[in-house]
Design a protein around this ligand. Sequence first.
Ligand SMILES: Nc1nc2c(ncn2[C@@H]2O[C@H](COP(=O)(O)OP(=O)(O)OP(=O)(O)O)[C@@H](O)[C@H]2O)c(=O)[nH]1
Length: 245
Amino acid sequence: MDKLNENVREKKHIKLGEIDSGPILVALLLGFIAVAIFVILRRRSAGRRDFLLTGLCESGKSAIFMQLLHGKLPETFTSIKENVGDYQAGGHSSVRLVDIPGHYRVRDKCFDLYKHKAKGIVFVVDSVTVQKDIRDVADTLYTILADSATQPCSVLVLCNKQDQTTAKSAQVIKSLLEKELHTVRDTRSRKLQSVGDDDVNKPVTLGKPGRDFEFAHISQNIQFVESSAKEKELNTLTDWMGRLM
Ligand SMILES: Nc1nc2c(ncn2[C@@H]2O[C@H](COP(=O)(O)OP(=O)(O)OP(=O)(O)O)[C@@H](O)[C@H]2O)c(=O)[nH]1
């Protein structure tokens, strides 16, 4: 009888040993995967120090650039070339600020030159004309967000010209854009299906397929804030940059 009990106990031990090793292996595997993801993400964001000001023509990018770097508003002119300068926020080392021209003929080419070094992308919106221009604004923003090179970036949608009484709030602009980006995504995915695309430059499909487009579903960290370059109210932008520097 004693021998029988001992045998049962032995068997139990063997079984317990077998069951116990499973969770340990799973935990080790999960740990390994977590470390690998951390290393990959670190590598992807390493060397990214630039902040890019982008958006449609006349949204106020050059005004913001000049206010931040020189404390003054520039004469009105359409940029055809980027403005580049060093910006320093209290206590931080300086970063490169690049004002990308809004004109469609130069915008994408210029953006492509700087996107791989970008840590933060500031998408400037004219809060007065945004509703009228919503198709163009959404199309331009979609191109930026769907670019695989911008996936590690933080994105700030800066709703500028808030000194104007007809300016839409950041909250309204966010929901206008959410609706329009849904349409842009549909149009683009239909085009992709008919044309086909090479795998290397394949843009990312934004949000969750089959669901309404929501900014909460994209991989970039995106925030919406308000500003007025004219009134030098740019704290929302400088605070955001300070947090990333
Ligand atoms: N009322 C108001 N006007 C602004 C503000 N920011 C810029 N502007 C004006 O908007 C116009 C366009 O500003 P820019 O800074 O040249 O616009 P941009 O985005 O650089 O335009 P592109 O160079 O064509 O890409 C200018 O007349 C600015 O003075 C603002 O916060 N409030």
